[in-house]
Design a binder for this molecule. Structure first.
Ligand SMILES: [Mg+2]
Length: 361
C-alpha cells in the first residue's frame, strides 16, 4: 500500500523527471562501467589492500595509473558487459525480450568475450548454448551469487515509474541465470534503486524512504532480504568500519555456508560475491554520499572482495542520480572492452535506449 501511495505522490510531485533525462541514463551506464574498471584492479583482495588502493591511488589523483594484468586501466568486466548487452537487446527488440537477451548472453560466453566470468552465469550460458530454454537455464537454489543483480540497472531505466512492472521484469531477467529468491531479490533491489535514483531530483534524496520502498518491493520475493534492508536504516548512519562488520555477515546464519557461491565465502572480513552483503554494501556506499560519485565508489571498493561488482552497482545508482557530468570525464574516456565499446559508444548506446523508450517501446 505504501509504495502505491509513494508512486502516486511521485507522479504528481516530480512530473519533470518522467521520462528520465538522457544524461542520467548515460551517467548510470558510465558510472557502472567506471566503478567496475576501478574495482577490477583489486578484485578478490583483502579489505586492507583495497583500502590502501583507495587511500594511495584513488584519493591521491593517481587513479588510472594501474590496471589489472593483462589489461590496461579502463577494461571493465562481466558486470558491465552483461549490462551493456541488456541495453543492446532492449534497443534491438524495442523492449525487453528475455529470449533475445538470453541468446546474446550465451553468445558472449560462447565467444569467450566475458572478462571475470561468474560460476552461475557461465553454467546457465552453457545450458542456453545447448538449446535449453531460458526459463529452465538458471542455476537452482541455493546458489545466491550477485550475477543477476550486477546487470539489473537497465531494468530501472525501463520502468522508473512503474514498480510492479519493474519488479516482474527484474525477476524475469534474473531467472535466466539464477533461480534462488535471494539472487532474484538482489536484481529487484538494484533495478529499484536505479529507478528511484532516476526519478528523484538531485539534492532531494530521502534515504529512509528509498530503503523502505526497496524493502517493500522485495518482501514478497524474499522476506529475509527485506529484513536485512530494514537493518540498513540504522547502519547508514554508522561509520564504515562498523557497518562493514555487520554487512559482510548479512544474510548468513552462524556457521551457515548455504550461500552457494565459492567467491571468497570463507572470509568474513570482505564483501563476498554472495548477493546479500554485496547488494547491501553497494546501497550503503551510495547512501553514505549520494551527492559524490567518487566518494561512493571509493567506499564500495574499500570493502574488499568483490570490488568490481560492488563498485559497478554503486556506480550505476550514483550515476543515475547525479548524471554524466558528475563523473570524472578524464577516466571515463579511457573505458573500453578489449579495445571496443569505448566511452563514446557507451554514451551513444544509452542515448539510443532513451530514444527507443521515449517512443513508447
Ligand atoms: Mg566482474
Amino acid at each position: 500500500m505504501f509504495t502505491e501511495w509513494f508512486d502516486l505522490w511521485l507522479a504528481f510531485a516530480l512530473p519533470v523527471e518522467v521520462p528520465p533525462a538522457r544524461d542520467r541514463l548515460a551517467g548510470s551506464l558510465i558510472g557502472q562501467c567506471l566503478g567496475d574498471a576501478l574495482g577490477f584492479v583489486v578484485e578478490g583482495y583483502s579489505k586492507e589492500i583495497c583500502q590502501e588502493y583507495v587511500d594511495e591511488i584513488l584519493l591521491t589523483d593517481k587513479a588510472g595509473t594501474i590496471g589489472r594484468s593483462p589489461h590496461q586501466f579502463g577494461q571493465y568486466t562481466d558486470d558491465s558487459q552483461l549490462t551493456r548487452t541488456l541495453i543492446e537487446s532492449y534497443v534491438a527488440c524495442r523492449g525487453f525480450d528475455p529470449e533475445d537477451y538470453a541468446q546474446r548472453l550465451a553468445d558472449l560466453f560462447t565467444e569467450q568475450r566475458v572478462v571475470g566470468r561468474g560460476r552461475a552465469s557461465t553454467a546457465a550460458a552453457v545450458r542456453l548454448a545447448q538449446g535449453v530454454p531460458w526459463q529452465q537455464a538458471g542455476v537452482p537454489a541455493p546458489y545466491a551469487g550477485n550475477g543477476a543483480a550486477m546487470r539489473a540497472a537497465p531494468i530501472g531505466w525501463m520502468f522508473p515509474n512503474r514498480h510492479v512492472t519493474l519488479i516482474e521484469t527484474a525477476r524475469v531477467q534474473a531467472r535466466i541465470t539464477h533461480t534462488d529468491p535471494r539472487a532474484i531479490a538482489g536484481s529487484v533491489v538494484i533495478a529499484g534503486a536505479v529507478a528511484l535514483a532516476l526519478r528523484t531530483r538531485e539534492g532531494r534524496l530521502k534515504r529512509e524512504t528509498m530503503i523502505e520502498t526497496l524493502a517493500d518491493w522485495v518482501r514478497p520475493i524474499e522476506p529475509s532480504f527485506a529484513a536485512d534492508l530494514e537493518q540498513l536504516q540504522s547502519l547508514v548512519g554508522r561509520e564504515p568500519a562498523d557497518a562493514h562488520w555487520l554487512i559482510s555477515r548479512a544474510g548468513r546464519k552462524l556457521g551457515d555456508n548455504d550461500v552457494g557461491t565459492d567467491r571468497w565465502q570463507a572470509s568474513d572480513d570482505i564483501i563476498s560475491g554472495y548477493v546479500v552483503p554485496s547488494v547491501l554494501w553497494s546501497l550503503y556506499s551510495f547512501l553514505r554520499s549520494p551527492e559524490d560519485y567518487w566518494g561512493a565508489v571509493c567506499l564500495a571498493i574499500s570493502g574488499g572482495g568483490d570490488t568490481d561488482t560492488t563498485a559497478a552497482m554503486t556506480g550505476a545508482i550514483s550515476g543515475a542520480y547525479l548524471g554524466l557530468d558528475a563523473l570524472p570525464r578524464r577516466l571515463a574516456e579511457r573505458l573500453n572492452d578489449c579495445g571496443t565499446w569505448n566511452f563514446d559508444e557507451l554514451v551513444a548506446l544509452a542515448n539510443a535506449f532513451s530514444t527507443v523508450r521515449n517512443r513508447g517501446a
